[in-house]
Design a protein around this ligand. Structure first.
Ligand SMILES: NC(=O)c1ccc[n+]([C@@H]2O[C@H](COP(=O)([O-])OP(=O)(O)OC[C@H]3O[C@@H](n4cnc5c(N)ncnc54)[C@H](OP(=O)(O)O)[C@@H]3O)[C@@H](O)[C@H]2O)c1
Length: 339
């Protein structure tokens, strides 16, 4: 068990779910420290039935801390997490900053737990849209090697953090009232809209979010040459990312086999009876820890293709749940843990 756990970014969209999960799952630890920016220093956050004071994150915040669960903007993770490692803490980071560092383990516990157990430095949790896709790809790849992946996402505003959640609510209210609203998070109005850009525009016209789905998936699956093409779109859904995923595998996987493979894999739930209106919906999947799949069907354009719909709570499995599962794995494998 870890003695002292620091939750960095405890006031953010992911951090608040992290606190909820630590509470719900009765994560074993002696003491918790809640850290955020100077803006939140001194504010009280409800945690485990008490009002806990948030402290300002500094380079000295990690004295006596043995586990850090961090969800801050990239530049904050870049600046402060090396101090946590130097202080001897185990660090699990939600930000994008460290994920592709060759010395950093990028972990989804249902896929590559050994990477977390063997890690010497920071352990990174993947981008939210990557985590749900890579978990759904894993049982298919184990059955027949993946040859090509094409994904389109329909991403919730909570994926852009606390400001994204506020922008959707306030922007929608303003639009219905015929008022203008200055969006803080999005470059275009998100109310009643779809924005085909998440992150900055990178090489060959792809965005940073799209390239994260490509390079992080390859790293987690250990398939450096896997062909992946991603299009990421922000839509006016509060929470829960949806994805259309089409795969080509070495031999064809038919929909019945795929349903069985998904259903047998830890962390995946199948909701697939379209004639009865049963398929994963972001409103229904929000608040749950699994990745949900449905609309499983043959790809009519390829003899070895399969297409499906995939939904997950981006703040849970896409972020906080994944980090806590990693922490639970490490906690259970510490030398002081009962065998
Ligand atoms: N949202 C998702 O679905 C999701 C999924 C996977 C990964 N992530 C990643 O997780 C990280 C957090 O995302 P989020 O959605 O929770 O963002 P958020 O709602 O904007 O929260 C950011 C958190 O970071 C803290 N912070 C900002 N600047 C800081 C500083 N200088 N020192 C200390 N703390 C600071 C904020 O504290 P204050 O409240 O004091 O400003 C807040 O607690 C990001 O890197 C994001 O890319 C997010």
């Amino acid at each position: 068990m870890f003695e002292t756990v620091a939750v960095v970014g405890a006031t953010g969209a992911v951090g608040r779910i992290m606190l909820k999960l630590l509470e719900e799952r009765a994560f074993p630890a002696g003491e918790f420290r809640l850290l955020a920016s100077s803006r939140s220093s001194g504010t009280a956050v409800s945690f485990r039935g008490e009002q806990c004071q948030v402290e300002e994150l500094t380079h000295d915040s990690f004295d006596d801390v043995d586990l850090v669960l961090s969800s801050t903007p990239d530049q904050v993770a870049a600046e402060f997490l090396p101090s946590a490692i130097q202080a001897g803490a185990t660090v699990i980071d939600e930000s994008g900053y460290w994920r592709m560092d060759p010395d950093v383990a990028l972990v989804v516990p249902e896929i590559n737990p050994e990477a977390a157990l063997g890690a010497a430095g920071i352990i990174a949790s993947p981008n939210c849209s990557t985590t749900q896709m890579v978990l759904a790809l894993k049982p298919l790849h184990d059955a027949s090697a993946l040859r090509r992946v094409i994904v389109s996402t329909y991403q919730a505003t909570s994926g852009a953090g606390a400001e994204g959640i506020e922008d959707l609510q306030a922007g929608t209210r303003a639009a219905l009232d015929g008022q203008s609203y200055d969006y803080r998070c999005f470059a275009h109005p998100i109310a009643f809209n779809a924005i085909p850009q998440i992150g900055s525009v990178k090489e060959q016209g792809y965005t940073s979010e799209e390239m994260k789905m490509v390079i992080e998936t390859r790293k987690i699956l250990g398939l450096p040459d896997l062909a992946i093409n991603a299009t990421c779109v922000r839509i006016p859904v509060a929470n829960g990312h949806s994805e259309t995923i089409t795969v080509e595998t070495e031999r064809a996987i038919d929909p019945d086999e795929a349903r069985r493979l998904f259903a047998e894999h830890p962390g995946i739930s199948v909701l697939d009876d379209p004639a009865e209106g049963i398929y994963p919906l972001p409103t229904a999947c929000s608040g749950h820890d699994d990745v949900f799949v449905g609309r499983i069907r043959r790809d009519l354009s390829s003899p070895t293709g399969l297409t499906f719909w995939c939904v997950a709570d981006n703040l849970r499995k896409g972020a906080a749940t994944n980090a806590i599962q990693i922490a639970e794995l490490l906690s259970a494998n510490r030398s002081d843990s009962p065998r």
